[in-house]
Every structure is written in structure tokens, then in C-alpha cells.
Design a protein around this ligand. Structure first.
Ligand code: DAH
Length: 360
């Protein structure tokens, strides 16, 4: 039969040259589709004499099988090539060094929290925590600040929303770390020694105030704790924290609802040439509030004020960080400026401890 060899050569070549699955499909339809050249030839078999058919039949069938097989092989090769191309495109060199990222440092506030935790841990204080969204009761009432108390106004409190119709007092963003005193007493009972560093919030914003800032609370409850213990503890703390042997503190009578008696504490310093020096000079700088825990506060914490007494103090962490590390503007603390952090920040792996030196 004529033309079989030509068909064979032509289609094998077109199959070999097809560069995509779509192109290959067109070749298949042209050869083996309903109106394909080979299909049409097979239809001609019916019009042949039996002798002709005897040679042409097997030859056409063989051609059809060969083209079929060539199509399959080409399709598989194209699929392999496509997969290879995809794999090559998605290839990652895992041995490439990582792209250098901006390197972070430990924020001075975190550093100071670590430092004071190390110092107070050495004196037997553990770290206590409480929620930043605090109940009105913990933040005020339990600390002997009833609803009409003027101290409530001084706190510039942020209030949370209550659902309409819910008349309970709204929760607040805690205005100080003092509510952690209540939570620690309730959780641990007496005796106890805790510090509670953390975030606090007040509606206030200028060069020395930010709406969020940090405090550390201290609380020691025992059978016969006195102001003398408070004084020694704070002096030890300041000596270790400011890394100055000759610190001098001044206790000024003051008033806080949650302590009786209460004292504000100033530290001796000098400001010569804009340089702050702790422990020398004729200036005094206020660094904290403190006192003997009010009996009502012990009671609110579930501790019998007839059997136990304690001292407490509260200190601004941002402020003592500024003092120790010579940072002039409080607002820079919260601007997340990497250049500032590189200048004032600390190496991540240098955790402060008393033996190794606090602020290497
Ligand atoms: N809670 C006070 C404040 O935020 C600070 C304070 C004063 C805490 C005296 C105390 C304390 O524990 O005894 O201003």
C-alpha cells in the first residue's frame, strides 16, 4: 500500500518536534483523530480486495501502533522535561548564607528589669505577675482607694468598655504595679517577698510622661518587718543597681493610701556639667514611693494584719534606666528606632548577674 512509509516518516518527525503537550495533541489528532490521515487510510481497507487487505491491514495496524507508542513516549518525555524545569526553578541552595538582617539588641528597659530581678533575687525576692487589664477592685479598692478617693483622679485611668446595661465598675488598664501586691498575697499568703516589674498605663504624654511606662513593685511581709528593713533593702538595691558604693538615700514623709506610714525616697546626686553622678553632690532626686503596708491592704490580700506586717515600694523603671544609662528623652524608649537601640541597647546574651557584673 502506498504512502505508509511516508506517513510513518512524516508523523514520527512531527512527534519528535512537538515542543508541548498541546502541539503533540494536534499531531495526534492529525494522525489518529476521527479524520486523521491514518484513520482515513484504515477506512480505505474496506474498499480493498482481500489480497490487498492482507498486506495493507497489518502494515496499517503496525503503523498505528508505532505512532501511538511514539506519541506516548513523547508525551512522557515532555512531562519529564516540564517537571525538570519546575524543579530547576524551585531549586534552593540551602548552603547559601542567610541574608544579613538588622540585628536587634536588648532594650534598656528589659536590661534594667533583668538587673533588678537579679539584685532582688539575691535578697530572697521572687518575681510575681498580674494582668495589665485589671479589675477596678484590685487596682483601687483593695489598695485602700475607695471610689470617692481623690487618688483615683490623680491616676488618669484608662477604662475598658462594659456591655450596655452591665453596671459593674469597668476594668482598667492598671495604673500602677501595686495590684500585684494583692494578687501575690492572695496566691502565696504570708510570709512572702516579691517584686513585680511590668507595664502600667496612664493618660499622660509629654517629655517625661508616656501613656505606657514601667514600674517595679516590691512587697515583703513577715512577722516583724519594719521601716528599718525597708531602708536597708532599698539602700542595698541602689548600691548594686547604680554600681556605686557610697549611695545615700533620704526618706521623706509622704502619703499613699496603701501604706502607713509612707515615705518618698530621694537619692543623693550631683548634676555637674549636665553629668549625673549618684552618691555625691548636694542634689536629691526622687526615685520611689514606699511605706509599711496598710492593715486594710493586708486584709484585702487575705493576710491577718494582727499577725503580720510588711513593707512595700513602687519605683519607675524607665526613670532609673534613664538615670543609670544617661538617656535624656523618655519618648525615645518607645519609638522602636533601631539606631537608638544599637546605641543604648545591650547584647542579647549578656544576661546581668551579680557575680559577673550587672552592666558589662
Ligand atoms: N503605686 C504608687 C504609684 O504608682 C507607687 C507606690 C508608692 C507603690 C508607695 C508602693 C508604695 O508600693 O508603698 O505612684
Amino acid at each position: 500500500m502506498d504512502g505508509i512509509e511516508q506517513l510513518r516518516t512524516a508523523y514520527l518527525e512531527r512527534i519528535a518536534n512537538a515542543q508541548s503537550a498541546d502541539a503533540l495533541e494536534l499531531v495526534r489528532v492529525a494522525a489518529l483523530g476521527k479524520k486523521g490521515e491514518i484513520s482515513l487510510k484504515m477506512r480505505e481497507l474496506g474498499r480493498m480486495t482481500p489480497e490487498e487487505r492482507q498486506t495493507a491491514g497489518p502494515a496499517l495496524n503496525a503503523l498505528k501502533d508505532e505512532i501511538d507508542a511514539a506519541l506516548k513516549a513523547r508525551r512522557a518525555a515532555l512531562e519529564d522535561a516540564a517537571l525538570e524545569a519546575r524543579l530547576a526553578g524551585e531549586w534552593l541552595d540551602v548552603t547559601l548564607p542567610a541574608r544579613p538582617r538588622p540585628r536587634g539588641t536588648v532594650h534598656p528597659v528589659s536590661q534594667v528589669m533583668d538587673e533588678l530581678t537579679a539584685i532582688f533575687a539575691d535578697m530572697g525576692f521572687s518575681v510575681a505577675e498580674g494582668p495589665q487589664i485589671e479589675s477596678d477592685w484590685h487596682n483601687f479598692d483593695a489598695l485602700n482607694i475607695p471610689p470617692e478617693h481623690p487618688a483615683r483622679q490623680e491616676h488618669d485611668t484608662f477604662f475598658m468598655h462594659r456591655a450596655a446595661g452591665d453596671n459593674r465598675p469597668p476594668h482598667v488598664l492598671r495604673t500602677h504595679t501595686s495590684p500585684v501586691q494583692i494578687r501575690a498575697m492572695q496566691a502565696q499568703g504570708a510570709p512572702l517577698r516579691v517584686i513585680a516589674p511590668g507595664r502600667v498605663y496612664r493618660m499622660d504624654m509629654d517629655q517625661t510622661h508616656t501613656p505606657m511606662f514601667h514600674q517595679v513593685e516590691g512587697l515583703a511581709v513577715g512577722r516583724d518587718i519594719s521601716m528599718a528593713n525597708l531602708k536597708w533593702t532599698l539602700e542595698e538595691f541602689c548600691r548594686a543597681f547604680f554600681e556605686v558604693e557610697a549611695v545615700e538615700l533620704r526618706f521623706r514623709a509622704s502619703h499613699f493610701p496603701f501604706t502607713e506610714p509612707s515615705a518618698e525616697v530621694d537619692i543623693r546626686c550631683s548634676w555637674e556639667g549636665g553629668q549625673l553622678r549618684i552618691g555625691e553632690g548636694d542634689d536629691w532626686m526622687e526615685i520611689l514611693g514606699s511605706g509599711m503596708v496598710h492593715p486594710r491592704v493586708l486584709e484585702a490580700g487575705g493576710i491577718d494584719p494582727e499577725a503580720w506586717q510588711g513593707f512595700a515600694f513602687g519605683m519607675g523603671i524607665d526613670r532609673i534606666a534613664m538615670l543609670k544609662y544617661g538617656i535624656p528623652d523618655l519618648r525615645a524608649f518607645f519609638e522602636s528606632d533601631l539606631r537608638w537601640l544599637r546605641h543604648y541597647g545591650f547584647a542579647a546574651l549578656d544576661t546581668p548577674d551579680l557575680a559577673g557584673g550587672l552592666s558589662r
